[in-house]
Write a protein that binds this ligand. Structure first.
Ligand SMILES: *Cc1c(COP(=O)(O)O)cnc(C)c1O
Length: 395
């Protein structure tokens, strides 16, 4: 098959839109040049609505984890207490970051594949009244769970003085996020997931409460000292050389989001989730998550009894389609389909079609056409409903 033609349906990095790729190939500019300052000013402000904040969004050069570590290092110091809700591999990473700082970590471990429900968090918070911050994962990429962040953060704010830090790396830009209104103190995202950019930029939306807590935090930090990013941003710049080319791309991404409209972006992601789930069910495969816990950006599917999900992934790769495997104890047990960022319903159909062929080729039982048919029917059903609602509102 064509070696350079493949579909990247993994939950990050995700495909780059051609116009974003083109924007990133612009000739370099100096990072202290007025053109760069204008760019930094524009993108940090235009990211505000994507994160649901009035404040400009901080721009860090690093992968998503750099902003997670920054959140931890700026809010907490050795010996202080933090709670981490662990619903999968990325919650676990949050706990590891805090452990490395010798913060006293209280883990609320939730079965992988399930979301954390507000009542669980209530009981947990009651047991640990001294936590200074609660760390939550919005979309748990390792399982395809979307945690009910609005409710969870609401419970923390109602019952405690603790700060809330949310890892939104694999969903901000694809699902509604309201950092200010929901009371999130630090909302983190990365460039290479729903935001359609290459890896290399991380973002943080920071509340006034968090800034106050940072002022007195003695934990040592330099590259990740968020107050430096804030001071620099007041002068339309960054403390160090940013990933300038990615900033060119980011401006283009923000144009794309504006052109499509955020509501349409969100409903496109929901549609891709519904189509994927309908197709997987019609193929008699088992989804890892229940509907109510499912993320619009990534779907995890269990392997079969008579075939291995790793063999399936290898076969899909031969066909020109990349999906991700499982992490930690789910390695070899599930595969994960990313459907975020520069992805649309036709990508879902292609994925399901390739899945049917690959299942047949590895000798798994499959009714070819069943998955794509169910997904198409879901697409048609949703378009009819949209059409009706457009008629009713007269738009
Ligand atoms: C991808 C991802 C990260 C960041 O990973 P990096 O490799 O550091 O970019 C963090 N959290 C979640 C939930 C993710 O999906």
């Amino acid at each position: 098959m064509l070696k350079d033609k493949y579909r990247l349906q993994i939950p990050g990095p995700t495909p780059i839109p051609p116009r974003v790729q083109l924007a990133m190939s612009r000739p370099m500019i100096g990072h202290r040049d007025p053109d760069c300052s204008r760019l930094v000013r524009e993108v940090s402000r235009r990211l505000g609505p994507v994160f649901g904040t009035q404040n400009p969004v901080l721009l860090l050069t690093g992968s998503g984890t750099s902003a997670l570590e920054a959140a931890a290092a700026n809010l907490l110091a050795e010996g202080e207490e933090a709670a981490v809700v662990v619903t999968g591999a990325f919650g676990d990473r949050f706990a590891n970051i805090l452990n490395s700082m010798r913060v006293k970590v209280h883990r609320l471990d939730v079965e992988w594949g399930k979301a954390c429900h507000p009542e669980q968090l209530d009981a947990f918070l009651e047991q640990h009244p001294r936590v200074k911050a609660v760390f939550l994962t919005f979309c748990e990429t390792s399982t395809g769970v979307l945690n009910p962040i609005r409710e969870l953060v609401g419970r923390v704010r109602e019952r405690t003085q603790a700060l809330t830090v949310v890892d939104g790396v694999s969903c901000v830009g694809g699902v509604p996020a309201e950092a200010d209104r929901w009371g999130i103190d630090i909302l983190v995202a990365g460039s290479q997931k729903a935001l359609m950019l290459p890896p290399g930029l991380a973002f943080a939306a920071v509340s006034d409460r968090a800034w106050n807590a940072m002022e007195t935090n003695p934990h040592p930090r330099f590259y990740l000292d968020l107050s430096n990013y804030r001071k620099s941003l007041e002068k339309d710049t960054t403390p160090n050389t940013p990933a300038v080319s990615l900033l060119f791309g980011l401006k283009e991404v923000l144009d794309m989001l504006d052109e499509e409209g955020m509501e349409t972006v969100f409903s496109r992601h929901r549609l891709m989730m519904e189509m994927t789930r309908a197709g997987i069910r019609a193929l008699d495969l088992e989804l890892l998550t229940e509907d109510r816990d499912a993320s619009p950006t990534v779907t995890a599917v269990k392997g079969g009894k008579t075939w291995s999900s790793e063999d399936l992934r290898k076969e899909l790769r031969r066909l020109g389609l990349r999906v991700a495997g499982g992490q930690q104890h789910l390695k070899g047990k599930i595969f994960r389909i990313g459907h975020m960022g520069y992805a649309d319903p036709l990508d879902v159909l292609t994925t399901l079609s390739a899945l049917e062929v690959a299942l047949a080729r590895i000798g798994a039982p499959v009714e070819t056409g069943a998955g794509t048919q169910a997904a198409e029917e879901e697409w048609i059903r949703v378009s009819r409903a949209d059409h009706r609602s457009v008629k009713q509102t007269g738009n």
